[in-house]
Write a protein that binds this ligand. Structure first.
Ligand code: GLA
Length: 381
């Protein structure tokens, strides 16, 4: 009896420790579900768009439930959607998003509390049309964060507290937040988030994080927050990458550098564009020409085998890298489920056909996804 009790105690302790690590226990059984293949290694997440959140796109929801165990809202938690008019909060979609997450036992990420983009104009303007004072902006940030993070207190596992504050050369982005409050806006955002939901993890999220300049700038900012005793738990490396850039080595350097800050690293917005990047100095005439349009949208009908092969290699290289650094990476989230929904089809050029995600336009996993699943099964052994 005593031995049995000790056994139960040990099992409970192990489970508790795993829960504290934010992981489910590893199982050795092979699986054909992506998130199960990586169970105990890192969460496999996806961003959800509105037709998924409202339940209109059932096919996508079936894929999400089978292959993903973490979700983030693509747009509906951004400030322009949540508080389009001062004091008027619209939680219609965010409530539905949260309900889906709760009902399906998802690890839920809130995106994003403070971001210069997709923010309503009123946030920075007083009633006479002038720029608000630092005190007024601080209050607006406080209200926004308290209201949004407060509504989902205890339900959101981690918040992208600040998005995209650092430029490629490591300097501060000259956003309205920065212009009005200076670098202190980041500290304030993290403090407001932490006092609202002390159990939620708090992240800084940015793109182009493999870039050495931005990497150094982010490290400086994080060390400064840490020196002030501000809670920050993780760094989100948006993974909006291309077939050949950044290099795996550059990406790896940032994973290592961020983990050395004692923080979790998350690959937050993974998608691999196969399309050419538009030139900067293209005249309006050329830009409108049929030849240029065709050059910019080369795979409108289908993806040639050789480009598929490049995409496959790129994804396999990335997942190999993530598995190598599994001790520091807590989540890999793709920016959407299937190619048809991806923002890459309309940015930086409208109306293209890109192939950046793991599932194709028919919601089928691309063949290399089975290889990624095998990699997860192998890594769990
Ligand atoms: C950034 C943001 C995301 C999203 C993408 C484009 O990466 O963090 O929320 O807007 O741009 O879809």
């Amino acid at each position: 009896m005593k031995n049995k009790l000790i056994g139960i105690f040990i099992a409970l302790t192990v489970l508790l420790e795993l829960a504290m690590l934010g992981c489910s226990p590893r199982s050795n059984t092979s699986t054909d579900s992506l998130h199960e293949a990586f169970s105990g290694i890192f969460f496999i997440g996806t961003a959800m768009d509105i037709p998924q959140i409202t339940g209109e796109n059932q096919q996508a929801l079936d894929v999400i439930k089978r292959h993903f165990n973490s979700i983030v809202a693509e747009n509906c938690m951004k400030s322009v959607s949540i508080q389009p008019v001062k004091g008027q909060f619209d939680f219609t979609h965010s409530d539905q998003f949260m309900a889906f997450g709760r009902e399906n036992g998802m690890h839920i990420v809130g995106h994003t509390l403070i971001w210069h983009s997709q923010a309503p104009d009123w946030f920075f303007v007083d009633k006479n049309g002038g720029v608000v004072s630092p005190e007024v902006l601080t209050e607006r940030m406080r209200t926004h964060i308290h209201t949004l993070a407060g509504r989902y207190k205890g339900q959101v596992h981690g918040w992208d507290v600040v998005n995209e504050a650092i430029m490629e050369d490591g300097s501060w982005r000259n956003s309205m937040f920065y212009q009005i409050l200076g670098e202190d806006f980041v500290r304030l955002a993290f403090e407001f988030a932490h006092e609202t939901d002390p159990d939620a993890e708090l992240y800084y999220n940015d793109y182009g994080m493999a870039n050495p300049g931005r990497r150094e700038g982010v490290i400086r900012m994080v060390k400064d927050l840490q020196a002030q005793g501000i809670r920050i738990d993780g760094i989100g490396m948006q993974g909006h990458v291309h077939l050949d850039s950044p290099t795996i080595e550059e990406f790896e350097e940032s994973i290592v550098a961020f983990s050395e800050l004692g923080l979790k690293v998350m690959i937050t917005e993974l998608d691999v564009s196969v399309l050419p990047w538009p030139g900067t100095f293209v005249s309006a005439d050329v830009a409108m020409s049929a030849a240029y349009q065709a050059e910019m949208n080369p795979y409108a009908d289908n993806l040639p085998d050789n480009v598929y092969e490049e995409l496959r290699n790129r994804y396999l290289d990335l997942f190999r890298l993530f598995i190598k650094h599994q001790d520091h990476i807590s989540r890999v989230t793709t920016w959407g489920v299937h190619d048809g929904q991806s923002w890459r089809n309309y940015w930086p050029v409208e109306g293209r056909v890109d192939y950046p995600l793991l599932f194709d336009r028919n919601y089928e996993p691309k063949p290399f996804v089975l290889e990624i699943i095998d990699m997860g099964n192998e890594a769990r052994k």
